[in-house]
Design a binder for this molecule. Structure first.
Ligand SMILES: Nc1nc2c(ncn2[C@@H]2O[C@H](COP(=O)(O)OP(=O)(O)OP(=O)(O)O)[C@@H](O)[C@H]2O)c(=O)[nH]1
Ligand SMILES: [Mg+2]
Length: 273
């Protein structure tokens, strides 16, 4: 498919037109997650730029530098009538103190437009889950997308693999991975690491930015292919029957089990000191 055809395919994709209808979903939520400063907000702006095909606009506020965390509040940005991008709060490490909140964001248990705080206790997670009853999000089909900056060392590889696998269990999709700042480093090593973790949808690009948004065939092509692959995965998934309540129970179970395990580990750590 050429760029124009891909853009049309993305813009025209509708859950209602899937062979078995929308199965109770009314939007696809691309959950953009990852480490702080790796270019999540910039990626959202790049997607809007490519799909809207208008002037460049910084919809999501971008950090002045990679070392100054900017996005603290989960915010949603409509990409098409069907697809919405969610700018989640980034973490410093995939450490257990932060992953609980990553899962809570991915599972859509935290409200949009509210500050995300890192909680570590079982009780906090329980409160998050109880409060999530206030918003019905069963109509969101969640697809996780990890943003990772080239040249970073992926020191917490084991934790990353666990996060990717848990994201798959929660959503039914193994996360798509987008490597940003692709000119910064040789990518073969990092790509191989992600492949070995089981990543199939793997893309690398230089984001469009406020300073440099000269349209290039390469950047446009990568972003369109990335969105196209995600939609193909969604189309495939829409062929399956859906148990909306079972889905929610499974997600809650994953979160509660995680928080419980973490609580026990914390108690053990205390005893060891
Ligand atoms: N050259 C280049 N700069 C980029 C790229 N992606 C992001 N940046 C820059 O990196 C900085 C951080 O990008 P953000 O999009 O704010 O990162 P984030 O992941 O949203 O980070 P927080 O919201 O702060 O947690 C900004 O100054 C961007 O302009 C890229 O692919 N290439
Ligand atoms: Mg951001």
């Amino acid at each position: 498919m050429d760029s124009l055809a891909m853009r049309d395919y993305i813009k025209n994709f509708s859950l209602d037109n899937c062979p078995h209808g929308n199965r109770g979903y009314n939007r696809v939520l691309l959950q953009i997650f990852g480490y702080t400063g790796h270019g999540r907000s910039t990626f959202i702006n790049s997607c809007k730029y490519v799909v809207d095909d208008g002037p460049y606009k910084a919809y999501a506020k971008v950090a002045p530098s990679e070392n100054a965390p900017e996005t603290m509040i989960r915010k949603a940005y409509e990409l098409t009538d069907t697809i919405t991008l969610v700018d989640n709060r980034g973490c410093l490490r995939m450490a257990k103190n932060e992953t609980g909140e990553i899962y809570a964001q991915l599972g859509n248990f935290l409200p949009l437009n509210c500050k995300v705080n890192w909680h570590t206790g079982f009780k906090d997670m329980m409160e998050t889950l109880l409060n999530s009853e206030r918003q019905d999000q069963s109509s969101d089909l969640i697809v996780p997308v990890l943003i990772y900056c080239a040249g970073c060392l992926l020191e917490d590889e084991i934790e990353m693999k666990e996060v990717l696998t848990t994201a798959e269990h929660m959503t039914g999709f193994f996360p798509t991975v987008v490597i940003t700042h692709e000119l910064r480093a040789d990518l073969s090593n990092i790509k191989e690491k992600f492949r070995q973790m089981g990543v199939k949808n793997l893309f690398s690009l230089e984001n469009y930015t406020e300073e440099d948004h000269m349209k290039t065939r390469g950047k446009h092509g990568t972003i369109l292919r990335c969105l196209q692959e995600i939609i193909k995965d969604v189309e495939f998934r829409m062929l399956e029957e859906r148990d909306a309540i079972g889905e929610r129970i499974d997600r809650k179970r994953i979160l509660l089990e995680f928080a419980h395990k973490r609580e026990l580990e914390k108690q053990q750590e205390k005893r060891n000191h």
